[in-house]
Design a protein around this ligand. Sequence first.
Ligand SMILES: [Zn+2]
Length: 221
Amino acid sequence: MLKEKLLNLLFPPKCVLCSRVLSDEQTDLCHSCRQDTDEFTKSKKKFSFVAGWTSLWYYTGNVRHSMLLYKFYRRRSYGPIYGRLLAMKLHAKPLCSYDVLTWVPVSRFRLMQRGYDQVELIAHSLGQELGTPAIPVLTKQRHTKPQSRLNTPERRRANILGAFRVNDITSIQGKTVLLIDDIITTGSTISECARVLLTAGAKAVYCAAVAVPHDKKEKRR
Ligand SMILES: [Zn+2]
């Protein structure tokens, strides 16, 4: 307890979205981020091979800023917080019942470059909260260009096709898989993961992400 207090004095817990120091009664998010952040509600997007999906937030404003820090500026501690918040959302609004919890892995190149698999950290924390440990079902067997830099669906599909393989087919055969991702940019990555999982014998694949961009039409409003 004393150690915890000392650590809090040295490294006061901060809001994961705006970095404001949190008061004693706040956890993970400050009051204004909890009130004002663009929480995901619905989308018309459908992704091939994915039975259903959800997200915690929309990828805008503070969420976008926070996730860029997490991915590119080594804010490793954000991962478990995103996972915990996504778990709360899934607990409040269950997406599906599932047998296996896993995540969209990064390539070995990206892992070495970043030092951590950002989606794995989210999935492990989420699994702990929901009582189902996340297991490594997929391996990304080659490095690919970021999907967001490719401008047509065909290019994105070609970029990611065959990039993932299932580690152990028996772990998912006949099972419903909940796949965790950080950001669903265009959906081509989760579609490819779901295709590979279904080909290997999974019964159904659902996906939950931390953030997703607004549907284009909503954005213009
Ligand atoms: Zn905040």
